[in-house]
Design a protein around this ligand. Structure first.
Ligand SMILES: C[S@@+](CC[C@H](N)C(=O)[O-])C[C@H]1O[C@@H](n2cnc3c(N)ncnc32)[C@H](O)[C@@H]1O
Length: 253
């Protein structure tokens, strides 16, 4: 079962209102034109706003449960928006489209779910087949925080407002890092208070790898891409490590 099937139950509670990267992808889409493809589109947090403003979009994700959440949102949209969206349950490591896209992007660290160099290169080789000649590929990965990577285990607990009930909910993240494989196992759970006062726990777990800046340059080069820009923030500032964000914009070499 894909890891995000369990996560889909509460993903939008935590991230459904995350907006900070949406204007960036919108601006990239305006620069390239459509059609647009998002790899690992999840519940449509980024792709749906692009469809609303008129882009023809395709989203792929390997979790049908995440796509079902996306489809449920789409069902409430006007027909013309629905007509602009295509969803496909597929693995970004080997999916081949017959059509070409002017913009292909992978947001919110999703490329880091590809845990090995082989998987990352397989995905890039596949994308190279369906990104248009002068089109762009945009990959987002967090910039590894060197001061945190040495700590093998980390637990963070915080309280947030539950957007559905307005009550407090407790979010726990337990991370275990393995520097040998550059991967981190994340266990996350959300404790929500029901109408009758009982607490219900929603757990999920997933694994991410971290990707260093020069490593991503090499991956893209090996896969036949030329890096055009590396941004360090959604406002397109140059990458400087401090922001913690890496945004690679590349075209076919
Ligand atoms: C952090 S969520 C991001 C969802 C969405 N892009 C967003 O920004 O809200 C990561 C998504 O990656 C998907 N995913 C992980 N590995 C994948 C793969 N190999 N192929 C396609 N989707 C994958 C998961 O199912 C999940 O929906």
């Amino acid at each position: 079962m894909p890891e995000y099937d369990a996560y889909s139950v509460y993903y939008d509670l935590l991230y459904g209102n995350k907006q900070e990267d949406v204007p960036f992808y919108l601006s990239m889409a305006k620069d390239t034109g459509g059609p647009v493809c998002e790899l690992a589109c999840g519940t449509g947090r980024v792709l749906l706003p692009l469809a609303r403003v008129g882009f023809e979009v395709t989203g792929i994700d390997m979790s049908q449960a995440m796509l079902d959440k996306f489809q449920a949102k789409l069902d409430k949209e006007p027909r013309e928006v629905q007509a602009r969206v295509a969803l496909k349950c597929a693995d970004m490591r080997d999916y081949r489209f017959s059509k070409k896209f002017k913009l292909v992007f992978c947001a919110f660290n999703s490329f880091q779910h590809l845990l090995t160099t082989e998987d990352q290169l397989a995905c890039l080789a596949s994308v190279r087949e369906y990104v248009a000649g002068e089109g762009r590929l945009v990959l987002n990965a967090f910039a590894p925080d060197y001061s945190r990577l040495t700590g093998r285990a980390e637990t963070m607990v915080h309280v947030e407002r539950d957007p559905e009930t307005g009550r407090d909910m407790v979010v726990t993240n337990i991370t275990k890092r393995d520097p040998a494989t550059q991967t981190m196992d994340a266990f996350q759970c959300v404790d929500r208070i029901g109408d009758d006062g009982t607490v219900r726990r929603y757990p999920a777990s997933f694994t991410l790898c971290w990707i260093h800046n020069r490593e991503m340059h090499l991956l893209l080069r090996c896969a036949g891409f030329e890096v055009v820009n590396v941004y360090g923030g959604y406002d397109k500032r140059p990458f400087d490590y401090v922001s913690g964000i890496q945004l690679f914009a590349a075209k076919k070499a």
